[in-house]
Design a protein around this ligand. Sequence first.
Ligand code: ATP
Ligand code: LTN
Length: 336
Amino acid sequence: MEGNERKKVILSGIQPSGAFTLGNYVGAIRNWAKLQDEYDCLYMVADMHAITVKQEPAKLRRNTLDAYALLLACGIDAKESVLFIQSHVPAHARLNWLLACSTQYGELSRMTQFKDKSAKHPDDVNAGLFTYPVLMAADILAYNADLVPVGADQTQHLELARNIAQRFNHRYGDLFNLPDGYIAPKGAKIMSLADPTKKMSKSDENQNGVVYILDDKDTIMRKFRRAVTDSEACVRFAEGKDGINNLMTIYSVVTGKTNEEIEREFDGRGYGDLKTAVGEAVADHLAPLREEFSRIAADKAFLSENYVEGARRAAAIADRVTAKAYKKAGFVDPRG
Ligand code: ATP
Ligand code: LTN
């Protein structure tokens, strides 16, 4: 992956902190599969990030394996891309320490995700939650990634990763690429169906607003039928119409239709019709993923074969970059 001719490198991760939502799918995972032909892609299940909020060990283990299976079901090809579990590659933790010493307290205190999550879990504002973005920078820089496909909520963390890379390069000499975000043009922020001013999130206490990738059709239809809209009764994409904008965005992503086409399709029709159509389109879109997931998740041997090989391929890259970083920082080479 070195030299001028190399393909650009992509890295992204998702936390196994619960079942994946339609927001995770539309804003992140859906795009990952599409990028595989054009780029050298590395995708990981960020289990080390997940424990920044309390996890039950048995559940974390199951969620991690399910997340891995779901990524395969969503079209990530573990032969073409490197698909691995973060805790299997020790270089992430090793680089994390080095980068932490190039990160300022003030920078981390400005992270909105830290502020939100510490407000949400006031009984467990642990140091890992605070330094979370440093580990994320290590994930990215260990592979010298060029592009990082994420939803809009991760922009601030990416900006910080660039600053850390820049500071390290300045202090110790050039090593790290400055990574760019890759935010999908559509669907980078899917909103809760129950409160369309809030991001759809796994950990939302109002489950009516959150659609999961593995929800069955009846559940999906029920959630869309209850979606909060407005009183105008006109299907159009416009400022202030958060609920309708969100439904139109979701519909557009799963059907490929433009907003104009959707407005025409629902001209003179009520919100009920739109909700049913979106629910059906989403359920149809997700049905094959659900089937594929059940098949893959049941095959433990197949899963372990893939994550063992994924970790081996990831470590081959991350170890090399981390060794260079350790050398630049002045650590004695342990190989003599
Ligand atoms: P949590 O509720 O535990 O914070 P989350 O649902 O926000 O979890 P993450 O694991 O933090 O999910 O994010 C995984 C990926 O999905 C990230 O790239 C993130 O930007 C993206 N993502 C999360 N929620 C949405 C959303 N509502 N719309 C678009 N993208 C999203
Ligand atoms: N913080 C990310 C998950 C994540 C990630 C990464 C994304 C962990 N490490 C590296 C991109 C690159 C989130 O989605 N909340």
